[in-house]
Design a protein around this ligand. Structure first.
Ligand code: NAP
Length: 285
């Protein structure tokens, strides 16, 4: 039986509309507009596309956005000074430094400088620590989007077996923490995991965040599982996920497509986080 397709575009549109309505209410109460500042170093075409998408979505949600485009040869201290200036700018609620940075720059040092109250990507050590502590602040957008999709699908997580493949700071670790907070029994897999398919096949909820095209096939999917594919891989066949969609869809109960699954959720949750940051900073709802 073919799995139900989890429509990330539709769920993201609903989140974006909710944020748009909430921004109107926030403006009426606070007398100001939430603002997002983005920083891009260099001219990586994929990053430029992502940034353009973030600004377009911000505008549609009524969020003011300001972009800072820096030369590829920008020095570490100049990038750090820009982050410090944005931290000090009271009109700015959210700061997003688009990753990856050019090789000569240290992303960890830059991210750690972002004011945690403006860290709409949820990547600073403070926000990662709050999540690890079980008291989330601003949660990184893709993991938050995964949880929103599961909630929208009505997936009951309490006591369920969840397997996360991938342990990056950006996706795998925060997703696992959020699943744990939702009382799932969580197993994390990575490149040294033995018999990956067998571990994955235990999962009621399988999250793939690897970056290897179609790594997980039917043997990795428990019949009736919910499969969330975070992977975005460019191949000769176009964009594909970390899951072999056709094979997995024969076994799973529900599955996200690539594209059109988790991807649209990331921008939607960025807007959500920007409004959340504005509310928390200014004390208005
Ligand atoms: P990453 O930092 O490269 O991490 C990949 C993780 O996968 C690592 O933990 C790695 O294990 C593990 N891994 C690699 N090969 C493996 C294998 N053969 N078996 C099991 N585990 C393996 O990647 P990321 O930033 O988390 O991104 C993962 C994927 O999600 C990418 O395709 C990326 O493009 C996509 N992504 C999508 C969105 C979105 O908006 N939809 C957002 C962010 C990322 P080790 O730790 O042992 O090396």
């Amino acid at each position: 039986m073919a799995a139900r397709v989890i429509d990330g575009k539709a769920v993201a549109a609903a989140v974006r509309e909710r944020v748009r309505v909430d921004v109107v209410a926030y403006e009426a109460e606070a007398g100001r507009t939430p603002a997002l500042a983005t920083v891009l170093v260099g001219d990586d075409p994929a990053s430029e596309v992502y940034i353009r998408g973030k600004h377009k979505a911000s505008g549609e949600a009524g969020i003011r956005s300001v972009h800072h485009s820096l030369d590829a040869a920008t020095r570490q201290e100049d990038l750090e000074q820009l982050v410090a200036d944005l931290n000090a700018d009271d009109d700015v609620d959210g700061i997003l430094v688009q990753l990856p940075l050019p090789d000569h720059l240290d992303p960890d040092r830059v991210v750690a400088l972002i004011d945690p109250a403006k860290d709409v990507d949820g990547l600073t050590p403070v926000n990662a620590g709050l999540l690890a502590h079980g008291t989330p602040g601003l949660v990184s957008c893709t993991p938050a989007g995964v949880m929103e999709l599961l909630a929208h699908e009505g997936v009951e997580l309490e006591g369920k077996e969840a397997v996360v493949v991938g342990r990056s700071k950006l996706v795998g670790v925060p997703v696992a923490r959020l699943l744990l907070l939702a009382n799932a029994t969580v197993t994390m897999c990575h490149s040294r995991t033995r018999d990956l398919d067998a571990v994955c096949a235990r999962a009621d909820v399988l999250i793939a965040a690897v970056g290897v095209p179609r790594l997980l096939g039917a043997a990795a999917v428990k019949p009736g599982a919910v499969v969330i594919d975070v992977g975005i891989n460019r191949t000769d066949d176009g964009l594909v996920g970390d899951v072999d969609y056709d094979a997995a869809a024969e076994v799973a109960a529900a599955i996200t497509p690539v594209p059109g699954g988790v991807g649209p959720m990331t921008i939607a949750m960025l807007l959500h986080n920007t409004l959340q940051a504005a509310r928390a900073r200014t004390g208005h709802s």
